[in-house]
Design a protein around this ligand. Sequence first.
Ligand SMILES: [Fe+2]
Ligand SMILES: [Fe+2]
Length: 305
Amino acid sequence: MTEPFTLAHFSDVHLPPAGGVPWRYANAKRLLGYLNWQRKRRHVHVRQVADRLIADARKLRPDHIAITGDLVNLGLPSEYEAALEWLESVGPPDAVTVVPGNHDIYSNLRGDRGIGRWAAYMGGEEETLAFPFIRRVGPLALIGLNSAHETPPFVARGALGSQQIEIASGQLSALERDGIIRVVLIHHPPLASLAAPRRELTDAAHFVNLIERQGAEVILYGHNHRARVDWLPTLGKPVPLVAAGSASALIPHNQEAPASYNLLTFFRKATGGLRIRLVVRGMTEANGPIEKLSETFLEFDQPKI
Ligand SMILES: [Fe+2]
Ligand SMILES: [Fe+2]
């Protein structure tokens, strides 16, 4: 029996933009996004809340931290810089892994490096940054997908594209052969039914088909700002789809919950199977204590890995 391994899963930090939208980067998408931020979102997403959650997780000493996107809001260079500083406050690149969300790849960057600044947290060098990337941490392989692409105003859709899905297929198959616990990171919900059409992963059916064939031990995602677990039936073991809430939500907003994060502890069973303990920790009211909100065991009965 190997030692249990704990992965903390954060998402949708939505760090505040500093100031307005510089002229060079101004367009309808960013100006509408900025209005939405000023009118609504800035009252919801508060950096101090995210910092409190990170501090809470640190006390519980996770072996690694995964962040499934939406670190920023308007895709401005100043936001990428600020988010890099925030990431550095969370931990060094070998302790933290990030995949981008739709707010991180938001609109025309006019040649700016954008998320390239976070390359060390996405498995590599800026010059060779590519998705999907694989990061080995303890008994896990983190398979980092990019579901984000620039979209018009009022649209928060994502897509993986056939090339990324094809590469992920080979990776999942090889990792399974080597008996490695496969943890897929993606920002958008992997099932179309989990998001409104304007916010969905448009090639979710293609992605689901990949998972049905190749399997994965768990898929972690964000985007909906709500913790949730669903199961995807496959040709082998069913795959749990685990969503994290927003890490910075001070108050409930629309269908979204106050801030939370997930702690997943992976245990290899004596039979050779796998058991994951999923603990959701967060707040139930504005500025309330951070406490355990739920504890679930995701069981895998077939002794396959
Ligand atoms: Fe988000
Ligand atoms: Fe999102």
